[in-house]
Write a protein that binds this ligand. Structure first.
Ligand SMILES: CC(C)(COP(=O)(O)OP(=O)(O)OC[C@H]1O[C@@H](n2cnc3c(N)ncnc32)[C@H](O)[C@@H]1OP(=O)(O)O)[C@@H](O)C(=O)NCCC(=O)NCCS
Length: 196
């Protein structure tokens, strides 16, 4: 399957070996986190080529096993590495669902890149990965992330009490979700989807 997605301003695809310098640079240029929900860039000891190769091989294995799909976002104009979107914990059988994670480097916040990328990846999940439901668990005060979720048509389904163990405590999580029908795609509902 071709995992490459193009939008108006972005190329969205798995990382490849030749992205090493851009990936390293993006971490070095964000030493501090943009807000309390953001992670700072990786420290220099985690930015060597061997570490990068390990990440690529784990991501390829996850795709192969239909467990997770890790996407890097590149701007078409400057070919800069802007962030990532991941579809993880894919569950087939009678669920065909997955969890969504996303992060944009704070240098590029507020320009609509997050929304553009997440929107396209959700579409890819429904059309090509034949998933039926995409869910995001968002910390209760993460306003930016909730606006993004609402902006791509995810519904607020409720609060999962003590849903995730984050920063040494169980945190309540806002659950946002969208199913394929809401994007006009009828899911076949088979037990094991045949991927294109
Ligand atoms: C969440 C995140 C990916 C958004 O990326 P982004 O590229 O800035 O997103 P966009 O520019 O597409 O904007 C998304 C929404 O946030 C809104 N927004 C911008 N600044 C905001 C602010 N200070 N407070 C609240 N919302 C804000 C935008 O207006 C937009 O909503 P709208 O379409 O209703 O106007 C980015 O902030 C990030 O990486 N945060 C840290 C990691 C994180 O929280 N990940 C999600 C975990 S669940």
């Amino acid at each position: 399957m071709d995992f490459r997605i193009e939008t108006e301003r972005l190329v969205i695809r798995p990382l490849i070996l030749t992205d090493y310098e851009a990936w390293k640079e993006s971490h070095l240029s964000r030493p501090t986190a943009g807000n309390e929900y953001d992670k700072p860039g990786l420290t220099i000891d985690k930015l060597n080529l061997a570490e990068f190769e390990k990440r690529l091989s784990e991501a390829a294995s996850n795709r192969e096993k239909d467990l997770a799909y890790d996407y890097a976002l590149f701007s078409k104009m400057q070919q800069k590495f802007l962030g990532s979107v991941i579809l993880m914990r894919v569950h087939r059988e009678i669920a065909h669902n997955c969890y969504l994670g996303y992060s944009v480097s704070p240098l590029f916040w507020g320009q609509g890149f997050g929304k553009e990328a997440v929107n396209a990846v959700i579409d890819f999940a429904f059309r090509h990965l034949k998933l039926h439901r995409v869910e995001a668990a968002i910390q209760l005060n993460n306003e930016r992330s909730m606006r993004l979720a609402r902006g791509v048509g995810m519904r607020h389904e409720g609060v999962r009490l003590r849903g995730l163990f984050l920063d040494n405590a169980w945190e309540d999580m806002n659950i946002y979700a969208v199913t394929s029908e809401e994007r006009g795609i009828q899911h076949p509902g088979s037990c094991r989807a045949e991927l294109d």
